[in-house]
Ligand binder design. Structure first.
Ligand code: HPA
Length: 330
């Protein structure tokens, strides 16, 4: 259930703007979402409060969802299938830790050839359904000595290094028909500003400070080691060169991965409170031994994902009410 300005619970009905932002302004560029939204509203009995996006190897989280309703991406009009091994491609709505959560198992990536409006469509739909917050998880390579495989990073900022990739112009199978709309690099928010949308959305504090504090407290109580730091988002699909790893580290990042940044950018433009975690599955290229491969990422995700799942479950149980995002000063 989402909250109105007076804190009262409100249902977000068709035709009404969600309480926290100019959805039409930032979401309605290119990808028609009305039919998708209708399908989700028909299938999901109660408006979810929080979106939870599961990264590679973290799909086990859906097992703790109660009162489950599952909607496969293939059943949603206009949605492509999620195409990466380890990504199931479905929404699972239900209760975790007593909260109504929309779990997104599998996501769309730039490296699959998807344009920004497809990558961020689940965030737009979740916001339109009424969520006031989002938790993103991902698999990432660690860039510091402390962040070895199996460790967890709490994001407190990010670097958007998701420029264009030469493989963009390949005719990849499963490529979305709207790919030609991707004319403005990899950012999810180009195009005309409509419906009161913000031309230059603020990204001073993308990751909610109060939620970060909650995550750190819960991790301490549960004796789960949790580092806090900066995630660099790259488009992939190639892993980084050793020189790129050095440059990304020098830019201040603690982990590097191929997702999350566009979704967080959209979520913040919609006024959602955001929390995000990287599960470190490997040392970034050149910092560890041997070559990276996707199976290794999935295996570590499965093995160490349990701790992150327990942490997210406890955070959801303690998730604060109220919609107001909190930044460095409040
Ligand atoms: N680099 C980029 N993306 C990743 C990595 C990495 O080392 N590991 C998991 N996702």
């Amino acid at each position: 259930m989402s909250r109105g300005e007076d804190g009262a619970a409100t249902r977000v009905d068709e035709g009404r703007e969600a309480p926290h932002g100019p959805l039409r302004g930032v979401c309605a560029r290119g990808l028609p979402l009305e039919a998708a939204l209708r399908t989700l509203r028909e299938r999901i009995p109660e408006p979810p409060e929080i979106l939870l996006v599961l990264g590679s190897g973290l799909g086990g989280m859906v097992e703790v969802v109660r009162d489950v309703v599952t909607v496969g991406f293939g059943e949603i009009p206009g949605f492509p299938e999620a195409g990466v091994a380890g990504h199931q491609g479905r929404f699972v709505a239900g209760r975790i830790g007593g909260r109504w959560v929309l779990v997104q198992q599998g996501r769309f990536h730039f490296y699959e050839g998807h344009p920004p409006e497809v990558v961020t469509a689940p965030v737009c739909l979740a916001a339109q359904l009424g969520v006031s917050g989002a938790i993103f998880t991902n698999a990432a390579g660690g860039l510091t000595p402390e962040l070895g495989p199996g460790s967890i990073l709490l994001l407190d900022d990010h670097l958007d290094f998701m420029g264009r990739h030469p493989h963009d112009d390949l005719n990849l199978p499963g490529r979305h028909p709207h790919h030609h709309l991707n004319r403005a690099g990899r950012h999810p928010l180009p195009g005309p500003v409509q419906g009161g949308g913000e031309r230059f959305p603020n990204m001073r504090a993308p990751y909610d400070f109060r939620l970060q504090e909650l995550a750190l407290e819960v991790a301490l109580e549960m004796r789960i080691p949790l580092s806090r730091g900066i995630y660099a988002g790259v488009s992939g699909p190639s892993y980084e060169t050793r020189a790129e790893v050095r440059a990304i580290r020098a830019a201040g990042a603690h982990a590097v991965g191929m997702s999350t940044v566009p979704e967080v950018t959209m979520a913040r433009a919609l006024g959602l409170r955001v929390l995000a975690f990287s599960l470190i599955t490997n040392r970034a290229a050149g910092l560890g031994v041997g070559l990276l491969d996707h199976q290794e990422v999935l295996d570590v995700g499965k093995a160490a994902g349990g701790r992150l799942q327990a942490l997210v479950q406890a955070i959801l149980a303690g998730w604060p009410g109220g919609d107001r995002p909190s930044g460095p000063s409040g």
